[in-house]
Design a protein around this ligand. Sequence first.
Ligand code: GRF
Length: 220
Amino acid sequence: MAYMKIAVLISGRGSNLQALMAAVEAPDFPAEISLVLSNRADAGGLEIAAAAGIDTAVIKSRDYETREEFDSAVDDRVRDSGAQMICLAGFMWLLGESFVNGWRDRLLNIHPSLLPAFKGLNVQAQAVEMGVQFSGCTVHFVRPELDDGPIIIQAVVPVLATDDTASLSSRILEQEHIIYPMAVRWIAEGRIRVSGEKVMVDGGISNQQVLVSPMIEQPG
Ligand code: GRF
């Protein structure tokens, strides 16, 4: 089987990285991780990757004079690893237009909301504050605007009246760990097409169900 090499870019604990590492272990998973790169030396995910024998790299923005030079150092390192696709997994750096366009439709991000709602940071707290009934997570192709781009897959998570930021974040995170590997698998299997700014999944997904929350039982 032809394996697609992927680079995972992180800045922190790396739980999505771990989910991807676990997924690629499956014998029929058509991708492997060729590099884990962080812009922070203290990112927990680096140790996890290194312990599993995956190549790691740290590239810090403060070592470069301009954003473009930093982006291009990341680009060089990723290309050196042979990666054909990049997964952003909690990478806290806004990559510039030239980098993003150079990886068009091969650069993915995971975001803990149902985009296009709640872009940016601390979105789980915003969802709790706003009183939305549903939130969730989104895997999308990256475009130069923050948290923008064709949506590959989303998971819906009900927001409970008892939720605080931590409880909602942790339920969303569980779903992140499921949908990110699914998106990567579909791409590596060649099942994803971007038409206009919409993603088409070959083989289709049949889901006729509508999710409504709260479910209130009708009397008698
Ligand atoms: C996740 O919530 C992801 O959606 C967001 O950053 C967080 C990264 O968490 N982009 P982890 O480092 O993968 O645990």
